[in-house]
Structure formats: C-alpha cells, structure tokens
Design a protein around this ligand. Sequence first.
Ligand code: AMP
Length: 391
Amino acid sequence: KSTTVIEHPGILQPGSVIGLLGGGQLARMLVLAGHPLGFKFMVLDPDPEAPAAQVGADHLPCSFTDKNALGELTKQCDLVSYEFENVDADSVEWMEQRVDLPQGSQMLRTAQHRLREKRAIRDLGIEVTGFHEVRNLKQLEQACEAFGTVLLKTVTGGYDGKGQQRILKKSECKSAFESLHQEGTSLIAEQFQPFERELSVVVARSRSGEIRSFPVSENLHRQNILTICRIPARISGQVEKEANRISACLAEGLGLVGVMGVEMFLLPDGSLLVNEIAPRPHNSGHFTMDSCETSQFQQHLLAVSGWPLGPTHIMKPALMLNLIGDQQDKLLQNLKLLPEGAKLHLYGKKEVRPGRKMGHLNLSMENPSELLETLIKLQVWDQDSLERMLN
Ligand code: AMP
C-alpha cells in the first residue's frame, strides 16, 4: 500500500494502488488511463496472459472466489474496482468490508441478475422491455402468448448474446426451455422489441454525486455482439435529452460511483426502453479514448478516486469498430489502407476465437461517405453493416 498521507479524505493520492477484479481489455485500458494520473494497479484474473497484466499491472493469476487472493488484494490495494459483472457478489461484499470499494456490491448484485436489474430500473419509473420470470415451461408458454416473439435469457452469466434464444412460436418453447433451464434458477422471457435503433449512454457519477454523460452512441450489433458505434447518434434533440435524463436518473437512483453503460432501444414511436446496465466502462464508450477530452477509463478512475470529473463533450464525430475474432488479422494485413488518423487499440489476446473481442478501431467521421468507401476496401467488416452505419 502507498504510504502517502491522505490530506483530503476520499481523494486517492497519486502513488496509490488500485486493485481490479478482472484483467480483460477494460482493465487493460483502465491501467493505461491510470498511469498518467500516477496510480499503480494490481489485477486479479485467472488468465495467466490477462490483457491488463501485460501493461504494467501486478497480477494475481487466481480465481475470483479464491479468498486468499481476494484478501491479498484488500491488503495490497488502497481501493478496489471491478471491470465486469460476472464476479461473485458475495466475494465483493466480503472485500467491501475490508477495503474502499466505491462501486459497491449492491450495484453488482443488481446488474448481474437480469430480473433484479429490470425490477430496479422499473422501480425508478423508467420503462424496460416487457418481461416475465420463467420457472417452468408453462410460464414460458404464457409469456409467448402474451408477447408474440420472445427472447429467453438466463438471468445470470450471459454476455455478448451467450445464454439467450429467440422464440418465434409456442411450439419452440420446449426445446428453448430445456436448453437454457438449470434446476433451481429462473429464466427471463423478454418481449422481442422491433427497435428502430440501439442507443447507449456512458454516464459517470462521482463520489460527491456529480453526474456527467458522454454523448449518446448509436450501436449496431451482429449475432448479439456490439460491432459498430456511431457518435453522435442520429437521433432528435428530444430523444437525446430523454436518453440523458434516463441515464442520470439511473446513476442517481442506483447510487452509481464510477461509470456505467446504459443500453437502450429506440422504438419507432420515439420512446426509449432500457435493455440493460453495466456499472463499469462499456464497449460503446471506447470512442471517448480518441474523441473526447476525458476517456471513459480516465473518468471511471476520477470518479472512484474522489477526484473531480473531466469534461465529456465530443471534439469530433466518431466511429468505433470492434475487431472480433479474425478481424484483427484481416486488418493487420491491410494496414496501409487505414484512413488517416485511425487509432488502433489492440488487447494483446493471443488466441483468436469466434466472437472474441480482440481490439477496436477509433476513427473520426468528418466525411461519412468517403469513410464508407475506405472501410469497404479494407474488407474487415461486412458491407451491409458499414452501409447501415455510414449511409
Ligand atoms: P443483451 O445481452 O441483453 O445485451 O442482448 C444483446 C443484444 O441482443 C442487444 O443489444 C440487442 O441487439 C438484442 N436484444 C436483446 N434483448 C432484446 C429484446 N428484448 N428485443 C430485441 N432485441 C434484443
């Protein structure tokens, strides 16, 4: 632990050690953003080659439930943060009693359980997708009758489209239920929303309750994985205002400290539904690294450390493209075709797997049609996705 005398309680001093639960790409970018502020890092992640462990953080290569490792983190660190929701909330609660953990275990418990999450959001007066708790096949069939098309999801552990199935008609309920159901746990049946656009806001709340949002991002998913973000989103001023109101209301109402991604569906009638929240830096906020004065990673660190938040306005329109699976290799073969000013961020993952996020590309978007032509020539992203986001 740092021996610095803390003159202003609540303000984390440079030289302090921040512990991170999870050492993936979000942790890696937190570490990189924290070095200029003088913070040191220790990450807990079972992967011996965790992306965050490659950029100057101490690494505990242990499981998230290893009490010795969690204890070590509480002893060695001045503050602990988490970079993803699938950490055991009981372990986080245990740590919270021993070390400063500003995000808290309560937020994690809410965000990592789809039913709890939807109820908490609705309790704050914010609209969510229609949903039913499903404990047996009959309840699923009832949801199917009520909603028409249903998305059946596991309540915990799912991400990037894992643990979910689309059900178009009642006869498909049985096989979907059998493939996702686990004894003793509920599933959630969500009404399928024929949305016009997917939007998200990365909102930050400081320890003293100050709230600042980054510009609304318009997001395209393929096979349930985020592929491309366009910022600012192509939405009316009214929708933008509402997206910001919703995000601020959730940040305040859920007691956020740090940054949080709020994913929303824009319906054809102009209303917004919240799909889910992620109380940590979010993939749709990666554009902030190159297009905003403060990146979402720096903002998260400022917020949890008790420092004042940074400015969030966008300096130039942005496009963020994820590099998923073999897209990183395809891009590396065509680097000379990259547009001027392109910023490449790679996560140091050796093994390529389908659906695995390997890196992302940030671009400024002064001229969308010119950019579209260049990106089509690169042959990394499919033309249809590019046209949808750039036409
Ligand atoms: P999720 O894991 O809930 O974030 O879902 C991943 C993606 O699946 C979302 O970003 C949407 O593109 C799609 N999706 C999830 N839930 C719904 C829904 N209720 N209606 C329509 N599309 C959905």
